[in-house]
Design a protein around this ligand. Structure first.
Ligand code: ADP
Length: 192
């Protein structure tokens, strides 16, 4: 099962990815988390990326594609993976498609978590208090939403054209949203 999770910042992609990992036992690959780890370790790549993520700007495609290629070449993706935060623009979607063709691991499903911007601002304000992410300030969030609308939203059409996209309503509690995702994946109701 190879899944791409799409949705604006604060739509709950990370939360749903964690629930899917538990259920499907496949790795969760978040480019945002990979970048935050690199910054925490103080690598040159991580520190350079942090200057951009702190402003809500995208990190250059070449940096991300090297990171993703390395990650998708590991053995733990044999049974599948959940991509979260990637691809984030059309160029990344195209390069992912080429990479996955080469690895013989095409995307099976792209799931877009649909949610309105007002709710996002509220959720991110809450997350800022709980997690203290440096890019969760109001100004950065506004910029991330703008970048999303301009660059990432078209990625949904990219997958829709390939017949791979399903939209899920991102309102409600995390278990309700998870049930919607499971039904898209034909995994039915969960009996924990
Ligand atoms: P969110 O989805 O809440 O914006 P992420 O953890 O996915 O959070 O990403 C945080 C930041 O990391 C982004 O604002 C961006 O600067 C950077 N980033 C993450 N993934 C990518 C990517 N695929 N391409 C470019 N930049 C990225």
């Amino acid at each position: 099962m190879r899944i791409v999770l799409l949705g604006p910042p604060g739509s709950g992609k990370g939360t749903q990815a964690a629930l899917l990992v538990e259920r499907l036992k496949i790795p969760h690959i978040s480019t945002g988390a990979l970048l935050r780890n690199a910054a925490k370790r103080g690598t040159e790549l991580g520190l350079r990326a942090k200057a951009l993520t702190d402003k809500g700007e995208l990190v250059p495609d070449s940096v991300i594609s090297d990171m993703i290629e390395e990650r998708l070449s590991r053995e733990d993706v044999a049974k599948g993976f959940i991509l979260d935060g990637y691809p984030r623009n059309i160029a990344q979607a195209k390069s992912l498609e080429i990479l996955l063709e080469r690895l013989n691991k095409p995307v099976d499903e792209a799931i877009l978590i649909d949610i309105d911007a007002e709710l996002i601002i509220k959720r991110i304000a809450k997350r800022a208090q709980e997690e203290g992410r440096d890019d969760d300030t109001e100004e950065t969030v506004r910029n991330r939403l703008r970048v999303y609308t301009e660059q990432t939203a078209p990625v949904a059409d990219f997958y829709a054209k390939r017949g791979l996209l399903t939209r899920v309503l991102g309102e409600g509690n995390k278990d309700e949203i998870f049930q919607r995702i499971l039904s898209i994946l034909n995994l039915g109701a969960m009996t924990a």
